[in-house]
Every structure is written in C-alpha cells, then in structure tokens.
Ligand binder design. Sequence first.
Ligand code: V47
Ligand code: SF4
Length: 395
Amino acid sequence: MSAVLDQMLPASHPLADIAQKVQDGKRITREDALRLYEADDLLAVGALAEFARKRKAGPGKEKYVYYIHNMHLNPTNFCVETCRFCSYANPEGKGKAYTWSVDQVLEEARKGAELGINEIHMVGGLNPACDISYYEEVLRAVKAKFPNIHMKAMTAVEIEYMANLEHISYEDTLKRLVVAGLGSMPGGGAEIFDEEVRRSMHVKKTPADVWLEIHGIAHKLGLKTNATMLTGIGESRENKVDHVLLLRDQQDLTGGFQCFIPLKCYYEGTTIADEVEEPTPEELLRDVAISRLLLDNFDHIKAYWIQLGEKLAQIALSFGADDMDGTIGEEKITHAAGAKTPLQLAKDKMEFLISSAGYTPVERDTVYNIRRVADLTGQAVTPLSERVAALAHSK
Ligand code: V47
Ligand code: SF4
C-alpha cells in the first residue's frame, strides 16, 4: 500500500474502490474513468495518477521528468482541409500560405543544429505540391547534412494523404519514408475520434479506424509513434474516455506508442469559440491524470507546456505527467491560434521548471534513451503531490 494514497484515499473515500484497483495494478474501466472525471476530489485523482506514474517509472526513476532539445519545423501551411479549429492552415487566404523549398527546410534545420538540437518534429498541411517525393527529398537532405538529428515527422493524416495522392498503400508510403530518413511519427491528427464532433468541426480527414491502422502499421515496421487528443472542440467527457480507450486497445495490439499528449484548443482566428466550452485548468489536469490511469500500457504522458502554459504544465507533473516535451523553437500551430507561451525555452529554463516542481530533469532522445540526468545536489524540492498529502495528514 502507498502511504500517500492511504492518507488521501481512506476506505471511506468515494474513490476507494478505484484506488484499490490502481494499487493492485488492475485495469480501470470506462465507468471508473467517468467517475474520476465527475469526482469532487481532484487532488485524490491526481494522487492516483502520481502513484501510477511512479510505478511505471520504476525504481530509482520515480522523480524523473523527461524533456528533449528539439525544434518544430513546418514546411508548408497550405492545406486542402478546412478543420474549423485550425488557424494554422491557409486554404482561403487566412494570412499567408507558404511552401518551403528543400533548401529552405535545410536552412531552418541548420539553425536548429547550431543550437545543438537532437530532434526535428516536422509536420505540415495537406499540400498537393508536397507529395511523397518532396518529403523523401526533405528527409534525405536533412539526414545527409545532420545525420545525428532524429526526424520525428508525418502525422497519420499526412501519411493517408500522401498514400492517396500516390495510389499506394499506407505501408509502402511509410516504408519509402523510412528509407529516406523518417525516424518516428508524432501523435498529431487524432483530434477526437468521435464522428459527431468531427462532423461539427468539419474534420473530413483520417477517421479513427484509419488513424489507428496507420499507427499500427508503423509499429509493425518498427517505428515508435505518439498519440494525441484535442480537447475544447465540443467533446464530452464520454468522447474523451472513448478516445483514450481506442488508443489503449491499439496499444494492446501493436505496442509502439511511446507517449500520449492531451492537447487543448486555442481559438484565435477560428469561429468556434462561441460554440464550444473552453476546458478549465482543472479539466486539463483531469485529462492528464485520467489518461495516465487509463493508459496503463503507455510509458509516458506529456504535459505540453506550449499549450498548458509553464505553470499548469508544472502542476500536471503531479497529476501523472512525466514529460514536458521539448525546447521546441518556433512552434506555429498553437501560436497561430493565439497561444502566448514563448516560442522557445532554453534547456536550463526547462530544467528549472521541472526541478522547481520537485522532479528530476532528464534530457532524453526521441525514443527515450537518457542523454543526461540533471544533478540536483542541494536543490531538492518536495513535489506538490507530497506537499498536499502532508497537509491532508496534518489535518
Ligand atoms: O494535430 C490544431 C492540434 C496538433 C489547434 O507527438 C491545435 O510528440 C491547439 O500533434 N489549438 C499538432 N491545437 C500538435 C501535435 C503534437 C504536439 C506536441 C508533441 C507531439 C508529439 C504532437 O495540434 C494537431 C491538432 O490536433 N491543433 N489546431 C488549435 N487551434
Ligand atoms: Fe489541415 Fe491539419 Fe489544419 Fe486540418 S488541422 S486544416 S488537416 S493542417
């Protein structure tokens, strides 16, 4: 039994049965997850997720929080789709559409290489000018110049689009990109799998079964991938739980997801703000915590600081998240929709955010090999969750 859980969730607590399951390492159900969403005691939900995170981390790594020194690179913002939550793509002349040449992509990559990054997260709009040959050329050129930079690139949405343009299978599309230098796939484009929400947001691309199929194929080819969920687009809590459960099922089948990233929609430049409910900070913490508890077969949950903001991302570390994503460079998708977070965090700022929240910063590569564990001798801070448990105990 965990002492912290005993203090926060005694036998009389309404969530005690779920706490018992979590402590016994049993799977929680859809109904359990919905109860966690409805529970008054948010801190107890956080404590359960923190317990699950620590157990997953393993001995000696309980306080590890990962980050990567990376950059985002978006070669084109032209997109044939018109998802209503997206301010980034420019189908109808919102702002300026652009498409970079291979040399322009290389020039951006060079700026990142000079900063010492070890990953490029590359995604773009669905642009007929950027077909598979274009991306093969981009990947080959970047890998030839900067062989040590890992290319995490192409969402399932882009794979579907390229495969259809070329009239080839998803598998052949992925194989060609891997030969050209693709190292892994990011988790974008999943949005919310529920069909009704997708219809209301005019999401015509990549329905759930196709998104999951493409990730499954990638896993079978040996690629690691991530998974996301976009909230604040009119979804219900049931929709969120069902989305995460589909990811859990896929992971049981193919096992290649590394990380889940709950995303929050920003509305600037869109017309949806009056139609949807903006998630509260509390709801965003529940998304982090409940995904950690449902996804017992995922190793990592990200607190995406670009969207949560630095402070909420720090708190999310006590709600089951164990990764702060990256230093990032020029992120465009969320900033196009109004995010006010800085475009880049230096490595020492990232490490300060993690250590001042009570955790140990660990610089990783894309596939979670450890590059460096920060030395915090003399700077230990008690994590928020332990401070809350101590307060509960002293009452
Ligand atoms: O797929 C679109 C979302 C995603 C908006 O795999 C928006 O490590 C907020 O997938 N406001 C791209 N979000 C980001 C993404 C991601 C981020 C960090 C790490 C990883 C990873 C993946 O952004 C899109 C879409 O779901 N998005 N519009 C908006 N207005
Ligand atoms: Fe295009 Fe992706 Fe934006 Fe949809 S979310 S409009 S597919 S760039």
